[in-house]
Design a protein around this ligand. Structure first.
Ligand SMILES: O=C(O)CCC(=O)C1=CC=C[C@@H](O)[C@@H]1C(=O)O
Ligand SMILES: [Mg+2]
Length: 322
């Protein structure tokens, strides 16, 4: 006997969270629970405004349609909406036991805040891998800060993310502020320039490794080894089901590329599932999942070690059930 419930959640974000130049105060999404006899599986469906092609009402409509079919025992294809396909695939994988319980709860530390605080925080990290946004201020300032951190912390490896914000000239200004021997400790710089071509040229000229994030989600994207490209940053809420993630990982491995499983600012429910997917599918790679502290509370499942309070859904009214 199959049953399903859908809840809607809204979590206040910490002041100052900026996504694509927009200050964002709330994160909303759906949580699904599937039951089949005594087995149970949960998933999170949370399109990210400005990044997902579907919005929350569209995701809800698609999820309800899929769930009605599933409860009736019909063979149901994966949704074409990535957030829906991802959340439902997690719920199914918990239900049938394919998603292992063990997780990798040690993401690359996301650096925000002023350089002094950053320095203290980075020094205390168990593994010296951190991620920093660049491209929000002057590129020379970014380059100087990167140099300062790499010089002060000799074991530190930095992942940088420019979100396609630089012209070739600005990207050069950044690179000139980082000495060539320090550039080797930039594990990768995500999408430095406005176009992939410009980013590839930047990498060839500076020796700074790059990674694709936005490009992975473009219709014409092909997984291919290219000089200077070391990694694909994959946010499953934006790319689709666990099966699609597995295909991407296999294709990337065949081309010698690393896949970094990353957050699309999911709640602790989705983040802990991403941590489990990381441990299962990319066990050698630190994930990009250090986004829980952008939120004011956890949802349904605890992230190990987090002191944020937990809100659960079982006593809340579902918006849909069957
Ligand atoms: O990749 C990580 O380590 C954390 C996630 C992260 O940086 C992002 C998540 C979602 C939207 C973006 O603002 C941002 C990114 O650009 O990659
Ligand atoms: Mg990015």
């Amino acid at each position: 006997m199959r049953a399903a419930s859908l809840w809607r959640y809204t979590i206040p974000l910490e002041a100052g969270v900026v996504l694509r130049d927009q200050r964002v105060k709330l994160r909303s999404g759906l949580v699904v629970r599937l039951r089949d006899g005594s087995a149970e599986g949960w998933g999170e469906i949370a399109p990210l405004p400005g990044f997902s092609r579907e919005d929350l009402p569209q995701a809800q409509e698609a999820a309800e349609g899929w769930l009605a079919g599933w409860c009736a025992g019909k063979a149901t294809a994966e949704s074409v909406l990535p957030s829906v396909a991802f959340g439902l695939s997690c719920a199914l994988a918990e239900l049938d036991g394919t998603l292992p319980a063990a997780g990798n709860y040690h993401p690359a530390a996301l650096c925000v805040g002023d350089p002094d605080q950053l320095f203290a925080r980075l020094q205390a990290l168990p593994h010296q891998v951190a991620k920093m946004k660049v491209g929000l201020y002057e590129p020379i300032r970014d380059g100087m800060l990167v140099s300062l951190l790499l010089e002060a912390l000799p074991d530190l490896q930095l992942r940088l993310d420019a979100n396609r914000s630089w012209t070739p000239e600005k990207a050069w200004q950044f690179a000139r502020a980082v000495e060539p021997e320090l550039r080797q400790r930039i594990a990768f710089l995500e999408e430095p320039c406005r176009t992939p071509d410009q980013s590839r040229r930047f990498s060839a000229a500076t020796g700074i490794a790059i990674a694709w994030d936005e490009s992975v989600r473009e219709a014409n994207f092909v997984v291919a080894a290219q000089p200077g490209v070391t990694a694909l940053v994959v946010k499953p809420t934006l790319t689709g089901s666990i099966r699609q993630l597995q295909q991407l990982i296999i294709a990337a491995q065949q081309q010698g590329l690393t896949v970094v499983i990353s957050s699309a600012i999911e709640s602790s429910l989705g983040l802990t599932q991403l941590a489990r997917l990381t441990n299962w599918l990319t066990p050698q790679v630190l994930p990009g999942l250090d986004t829980l502290d952008l939120m004011q509370h956890q949802l349904q499942r605890r992230w190990p070690g987090s002191s944020l309070s937990l809100q659960t859904l079982a006593d809340r009214e579902a918006i849909w059930r069957r």
